[in-house]
Design a protein around this ligand. Structure first.
Ligand code: AP5
Ligand code: MG
Length: 190
């Protein structure tokens, strides 16, 4: 099983590179952001709850996201691995993921950490916001997403560094150039 966490700030390219990873390595893709946006679109209770946090650039509470992730993962049977995109985002989520995988007799193979400078992140997200229709792609919410990333999510890097799983990759350049570097990191643990 190849379980890859794709990690990085908002706009770092997690979704873009996940698409490449699932194709090359034949994996399932779980983006908690995509799952939450689908719930919002369908007007479910979870979607209504999530909307309040997402539009402010805040994290949806851990217990809600962890339960959701566990449910989605349960549907991914008969796969050769999973790309976790946008999860975990807190220490509590990372501990929960380890337990969930342990129950399946699995573990995290590698954490691909995409590093991109803040001005480039803002530039990418503003540009995307002109067409995406995402309620969080506006300057005010982008700034709060970046703050939340710094305070609540980036500490996870140290956690994965200690376990020897962190592969830090410069996320600047063409999508193909970056994917070559990601593939090298994944091939080492395959
Ligand atoms: P989520 O959907 O995960 O969004 P995010 O982390 O803010 O990141 P994005 O999806 O905006 O960016 P990305 O890194 O995927 O980059 P992309 O490939 O799209 O989360 C949204 C919200 O949901 C959170 O704020 C939170 O409220 C909630 N949520 C989700 N998960 C949660 C969790 N686990 N716990 C609690 N709450 C949670 O690329 C960005 C743009 O750049 C695109 O336009 C792309 O075309 C472009 N681009 C990509 N690569 C390059 C490149 N190399 N050069 C130039 N442009 C590029
Ligand atoms: Mg994304």
């Amino acid at each position: 099983m190849l379980n890859i966490i794709i990690f990085g700030a908002p706009g770092s390219g997690k979704g873009t590179q996940s698409e490449n990873l699932i194709k090359k390595y034949n994996l399932a893709h779980i983006s908690t952001g995509d799952v939450l946006r689908a719930e919002m679109k369908n007007g479910t209770e979870l979607g209504k709850l999530a909307e309040g946090y997402i539009s402010k650039g805040q994290l949806v509470p851990d217990d809600v996201v962890i339960e959701m992730l566990a449910n989605v993962l349960d549907t991914k049977t008969d796969v050769s691995g999973v790309v976790f995109d946008g999860f975990p985002r807190t220490i509590a989520q990372s501990e929960a993921l380890e337990k969930i995988l342990e129950k399946r007799g699995e573990k995290i193979s590698v954490v691909v950490n995409l590093e991109v400078e803040e001005p480039e992140l803002i530039d990418r997200l503003i540009k995307r916001g002109q067409q995406s229709g995402r309620s969080d792609d506006n300057l005010e919410t982008i700034k709060s997403r970046l703050d939340v990333y710094k305070s609540q999510t980036s500490p996870l890097k140290e956690h994965y560094e200690k376990s020897g799983k962190l592969a830090t990759i410069k996320g600047l350049g063409t999508i193909d150039e970056i994917f070559t570097l990601i593939s090298e990191a994944v091939d080492k643990v395959k």
